[in-house]
Each structure stands twice: as structure tokens, then as C-alpha cells.
Design a protein around this ligand. Sequence first.
Ligand code: MN
Length: 129
Amino acid sequence: MEHTPAERITWARAPEENFTGRVWFGPLSHVTEDGLKASGVYFDPAARTDWHSHPDGQVLYVASGAGLVQTEEGETVEISAGDVVYAPPGELHWHGAGPATPMMHLSLTTGGETQWEPRKVSDEEYRRR
Ligand code: MN
């Protein structure tokens, strides 16, 4: 068994071209099953992804804090620690922290790369309920 204390995990800043606000990735480097990608993602308050989809879908497990997920159809869902979210293959969506609350979620995907839309989540979309 190998134990990596939290303070020894290297978090890398997420690229600004696909995110709004400060977001970090914490790769789970020992997860090596073929095709499975598992990452911790930490969002500062009000930080969020751009609009995107996943070819084989995505499971999110909210590990701490509270946040929001939204689909293009306009449904906004408030999420908090312990919640599980499933985005089906190809469904356009974004996820991020709440306006005044950070959030960390685990992201589990298989298959191809995230399909990024050339489109930020506007403040108006972010505030939509
Ligand atoms: Mn996603």
C-alpha cells in the first residue's frame, strides 16, 4: 500500500482557455486502468468550466464545498459534498463552484478527450436559476 498525504499531491492550474476563474487539477496518477481518467478538480468561488461535453459521458463526485451544474436546456442544479452527477455522452454542460463557496469534485471519464465549445459561461448564464 502507498499513502500519499494531501500536502504532497501536486495540483496544477487549469488552462485559462477552458475555464473562468482559478481552477486546479490534482491527477490521481496511480489510476491506470485502460481508458479511465480520474482527476480531482478544485474550483475557487465562482470559478467554472467553459461549455463542453464528454464523448463517453462523465461522473462527478463532489468531495467538498458546493457548486452548480447546468445543461444547455437551462436546467441549473445546486450540488454539494457527497452528491454524484452523471453527464451522458455528448450532453453540453458546465460545472463549477458556487458564487461564494469553493468546490472540489472528482471527475471520472472514459473514452476520448473533453470536447470544448469555443464559449465561456457568461455571468448571466452563471447566475441563471
Ligand atoms: Mn464535464
